[in-house]
Write a protein that binds this ligand. Structure first.
Ligand SMILES: C[S@@+](CC[C@H](N)C(=O)[O-])C[C@H]1O[C@@H](n2cnc3c(N)ncnc32)[C@H](O)[C@@H]1O
Length: 239
């Protein structure tokens, strides 16, 4: 990612706000963002109500600290895709953060479906597990703690949907690993978040659009909790 893009005039408000929030947290010795979210959810969300947990996390992102969840703008796009999946769908997510998209996916899919989410950061895994538990969805979501590149090697079987939402420069190589391990088959849907220009997604987009294995569609969107431009790439695997 090219950090200078965050200094473009239209980005300055967002950059100033997020940097100042991070500096204030650092100076106060505040816990990590995922830990703050889990604490907020535990205090404010209604147990057993996934939509209320999502609304509570959205409220934290708007009133307390910005969060890099897929958020309420791009979320419905992911839900629309999840609704097309079979009842016993298997979903692979890379990048859990606070468990927001895991909750969104698991609650959209039926009780027979399952979400496996890989997350490298220990606090994020703990926060995601806690938030999923408050949502009452622990039996439908598993978190795998570790770096995607290594954890992909431990997975078995076919996934109907893969949601790429970790560090953007790993999207292409991790998708290729997923293909090589046979974790997707014809008809599997691969969704990549944050493929707007800001995130410098050219390498990934060139791959899914020209490797000959995908039918790929670009959807314009906005960066979570802002009106700044972003996009999502939806690629259906042909095999
Ligand atoms: C954008 S956030 C995920 C947001 C989440 N999907 C949602 O919408 O609620 C990105 C997450 O990816 C994780 N991450 C980054 N690189 C990773 C890697 N190589 N393996 C696993 N997780 C990674 C980060 O720790 C962070 O929590």
């Amino acid at each position: 990612m090219k950090l200078w893009r965050f200094l473009a005039p239209h980005m300055l408000g967002f950059t100033a706000r997020t940097v100042s929030q991070a500096v204030v947290d650092k100076l106060r010795g505040a816990p990590s963002r995922p830990v703050q979210v889990a604490d907020y959810v535990a205090r404010h969300a209604s147990p057993g109500d996934p939509q209320d947990v999502l609304r509570t996390i959205d409220r934290f992102a708007r009133t307390e600290r910005w969060l890099m969840n897929v958020g309420p703008d791009k979320g419905p796009l992911i839900q629309e895709l999840a609704k097309r999946l079979p009842e016993a769908a298997r979903v692979l997510e890379i990048g859990a953060y606070c468990g927001y998209s895991s909750i969104m996916l698991a609650s959209t899919l039926g009780p027979g479906a399952h979400v496996t989410s890989i997350e490298i950061d220990e606090d994020a895994v703990r926060s995601s597990r806690a938030n999923v538990e408050v949502a009452g969805l622990s039996d439908r979501v598993d978190f795998v703690h570790g770096p995607s590149t290594e954890m992909i090697e431990t997975l078995e079987g076919r996934f109907d949907l893969v949601f790429l939402d970790h560090w953007k420069d790993l999207y292409k190589q991790d998708l290729q690993r997923i293909e090589q391990r046979g974790l997707i088959g014809p008809g599997s849907i691969v969704v990549a978040d944050n493929v707007g220009d800001l995130f410098d997604p050219r390498e990934y987009l060139d791959y899914v659009r020209s490797c000959g294995h995908y039918d790929s569609e670009h959807r314009e969107a906005t960066i979570e909790y802002t009106d700044l431009p972003d996009a999502v790439e939806i690629s259906v695997y042909r095999g």
